[in-house]
Design a protein around this ligand. Structure first.
Ligand SMILES: [Zn+2]
Length: 262
């Protein structure tokens, strides 16, 4: 491909446009796409940075929290100045992301994604990415995305382990096919109790971005289509087949959106 002939708005992407997986057509498709990133912690930081640099049309970044000192070891969008300014993560993130790529529209939403606003947040997006750290919000994202037949990508990280799964409503298993009920809070390891490392985060978030790219590029046949489990310390990578439970799934089977109704 003669990338010298690229129009100005595409020139910065020439080293990815040259890849057959993307090409000029794929890049234009990305630039016409909108994504929502729910949660701007460690995963959300890497996801947002990657998509903005890759070149996307618009990104909605959603988080209600402010930057804290113990975020800085893993949340790559923030620095000590943001901490000193007491900025909300969504505001600080939008500022950084605009500097990375002014072609991308960034919509910061300083709010908790809850049953009252989640459908509005996802209403005009092509893909939703999970940057949260709790099951309540993931079940909520799942309900909203299944209801609106919108693909979303689950990601979770604890210490040196992580998981990632693509959910394409009514085609693949949804989050409630994987986990029918929310586990009791005391049984769930969290980063507060078990810790978290930036390199585990980077791998899982990068997988979420890669799978998200395939969806936006309409290359669904190339999706991993399995639950990916990694342990960075041990160097293990496991792929688990998760089938749709259709008739037994309250969400994608019976279309009961219990978390949206709360
Ligand atoms: Zn389901």
């Amino acid at each position: 491909m003669n990338t010298k002939a690229l129009p100005d708005e595409l020139r910065r992407y020439k080293r990815q446009i040259i890849m057959p997986q993307i090409g000029e057509r794929g890049q234009r498709r990305l630039l016409a796409s909108t994504i929502a990133i729910i949660g701007l912690g460690a995963l959300g930081s890497v996801i947002a940075t990657s998509f903005v640099r890759l070149g996307i049309g618009k990104v909605k970044v959603v988080d209600r929290d402010h930057v804290e000192l113990d975020n800085l070891h893993r949340q790559i969008l923030y620095d000590e100045k943001d901490l000193a300014a007491g900025l909300p993560k969504a505001t600080a993130a939008a500022e950084k992301l605009r500097k990375m790529n002014s072609q991308v529209k960034i919509e910061p939403i300083v709010a908790h994604a809850g049953p009252d606003n989640i459908e509005n947040i996802i209403t005009d997006v092509d893909l939703v990415l999970d940057g949260t750290d709790n099951f309540e919000t993931r079940f909520l994202i799942n309900d909203a995305c299944v209801k609106h037949a919108l693909p979303w990508i689950y990601g979770g990280v604890i210490a040196t382990t992580g998981m990632c799964m693509v959910i394409i409503p009514f085609k693949s298993a949804c989050f409630r096919c994987l986990m029918p009920q929310k586990p009791p809070a005391q049984s769930i390891p969290t980063t507060a109790t078990h810790g978290v490392l930036i390199n585990t985060v980077s791998i899982i978030a990068s997988l979420q971005v890669m799978e998200g790219l395939k969806i936006l590029l309409q290359r669904e046949e190339d999706l991993i289509q399995k639950l990916v489990q990694i342990d960075v310390w041990r160097g293990s990578w496991t792929l688990l087949e998760i089938g749709r439970v259709e008739n037994d799934c309250p969400c994608c089977g019976h279309k009961k959106f219990e978390f949206l109704a709360r």
